[in-house]
Write a protein that binds this ligand. Structure first.
Ligand SMILES: Cc1cc2nc3c(=O)[nH]c(=O)nc-3n(C[C@H](O)[C@H](O)[C@H](O)COP(=O)(O)OP(=O)(O)OC[C@H]3O[C@@H](n4cnc5c(N)ncnc54)[C@H](O)[C@@H]3O)c2cc1C
Length: 426
């Protein structure tokens, strides 16, 4: 019987190495050289490269890519376990060549790019010689691609793009922008004439594309294929994101428990007060449930496909936002005034929880997807009563047992006695 929650020892060794590397090398780097991966300082760059070489030597570089797309092809379950470790350290995904939004964009390039496009964009992105952004959301369109209007018109041997995009993360510092148009996905170098980045918001950019001209070979994948490419970006990515969220929840939980044992109030350590215990117990169970759900979904993708696991992928998406909200709130609360400051990760974690319910599709849209897909598996009942209506079930059971009761008068007598007894009690 195949039902096993253990990690095979060989892969566990990899996980142990990743945990060691993150704690010993990545975490100190974060405090001494924040945003080191994008640093223009040659000394810092060389230092980052030497750490990244260690990751490459372990065969863990760009680990999100399938084997046929040029990555290690770990599968979603193993990737999930790895992300559970690296998610604790904000800069770790970049140290493993696995940071959004580049990952999703690289996935699209690896799956749909021509050899020439891969050479031009995928290789430098993989080597972090280039960075990218993803321009999909529109100011008037939000979560609904049917409302998008950004369009590319063909003019001789060029495409001419016109439109407006909203919340393109890191667009300002990207070398290339993946622009979702109503008639296809286009790769636009940021410095192309007509690309105008609005002063605000600073980090997630509002970008106007006015008569932006790119050569024909800047269309990625088929014409009119933008929605399919967009789906490709999101499937597995959500599972990795969910495991990184679990890493954040676990960090908050660890802080909560440490504090519960360290502070005293009204004659006891606070971990002995029942309302603190309740927060610890609820958070513990929520993290466990989410972790099992995410890993089972990853396993399902590995054993079927992203499409088959779509209901669970969507359910994971809004559940992780809910669990992060709950656990980071509990931890922040138990740390008291310190929790409300920016001297620990908790304030940012709690403030970031609502963001998680919006980025990558708002909760409502994912919930509607889940409900719609789940309801496809059900049928309305016939007549006025639900299938589990007791009187109807009782009647059907008598009909079903009739031949056995006919064959055995003593059994019939017992059944009739039961019937009378139960009728008296009702
Ligand atoms: C941190 C962050 C990073 C992001 N990065 C990128 C990026 O790199 N590239 C990019 O293109 N986009 C990015 N986005 C944008 C993201 O895709 C959108 O925020 C998201 O699709 C929602 O669009 P909106 O913000 O316009 O909200 P709206 O669509 O206006 O939704 C607002 C609210 O309306 C309600 N609502 C909306 N639709 C429905 C519905 N169908 N059913 C019920 N209620 C509904 C919900 O309550 C929702 O919260 C990012 C967003 C965030 C927060």
């Amino acid at each position: 019987m195949a039902w096993d929650f253990s990690t095979d020892p060989e892969f566990q060794e990899k996980l142990d190495w990743v945990a060691w590397f993150c704690k010993e090398e990545v975490e100190p780097l974060e405090y001494v050289f924040p945003y080191a991966v994008r640093s223009p300082d040659p000394k810092v760059k060389a230092y980052v490269r030497s750490l990244q070489q260690q990751v490459k030597d372990q065969g863990l570089w760009a680990l999100f890519l399938d084997e046929e797309l040029g990555g290690p092809g770990l599968g979603q379950l193993k990737l999930g376990l790895l992300n559970e470790i690296i998610g604790r350290y904000p800069s770790a995904p970049q140290m493993f060549g696995a940071a959004a939004p580049d990952t999703g964009n690289m996935e699209m390039l690896a799956a749909y790019g021509t050899d020439e496009q891969k050479k031009r964009w995928l290789e430098p992105l993989l080597n972090q010689e280039m960075f990218s952004a993803y321009s999909m959301t529109e100011p008037q369109g939000g979560s609904d691609p049917n409302l998008f209007t950004t369009h590319a018109n063909r003019d001789g041997d060029e495409w001419v793009i016109n439109g407006e995009k909203w919340f393109t993360s890191a667009g300002r510092v990207a070398d290339i922008l993946f622009v979702m148009c109503t008639n296809g996905m286009f790769v636009v170098p940021r410095e192309t004439l007509g690309v105008e980045i609005m002063p605000e918001p600073r980090n997630h950019n509002h970008i106007k594309y006015t008569d932006v001209r790119v050569p024909l070979d800047h269309l990625l994948g088929p014409e009119d294929g933008a929605k399919v490419l967009a789906q490709r970006r999101l499937g597995g990515g959500r599972i990795h994101h969910a495991m990184r969220t679990i890493a954040q929840c676990t960090l908050a939980f660890d802080m909560m428990c440490e504090r519960a044992l360290s502070r005293e109030s009204h004659g006891k350590i606070i971990g002995e007060h029942q309302m603190v215990q309740e927060k610890i117990a609820d958070s513990y169970a929520s993290i466990k449930m989410l972790r099992l759900f995410v890993l089972e979904t990853a396993w399902k993708i590995d054993n079927t496909s992203t499409a088959e696991a779509r209901t669970d992928i969507a359910a994971v998406k809004y559940t992780m936002a809910k669990v992060l909200r709950e656990v980071s709130f509990n931890a922040l609360h138990i740390l008291g005034s310190l929790g409300t400051t920016d001297l620990t990760p908790l304030q940012a974690m709690y403030a970031g929880a609502p963001t998680m319910g919006i980025a990558d599709g708002v909760d409502e849209v994912h919930k509607a997807t889940v409900a719609r897909r789940v309801l496809k598996e059900y049928r309305p009942h016939e007549g006025n009563w639900p299938t589990e209506y007791y009187p109807a079930k009782r009647e059907a059971a008598w009909v079903k047992m009739q031949p056995k009761l006919d064959a055995d008068p003593e059994l019939r007598a017992s059944a009739e006695a039961y019937q009378k007894y139960l009728a008296r009690r009702r």
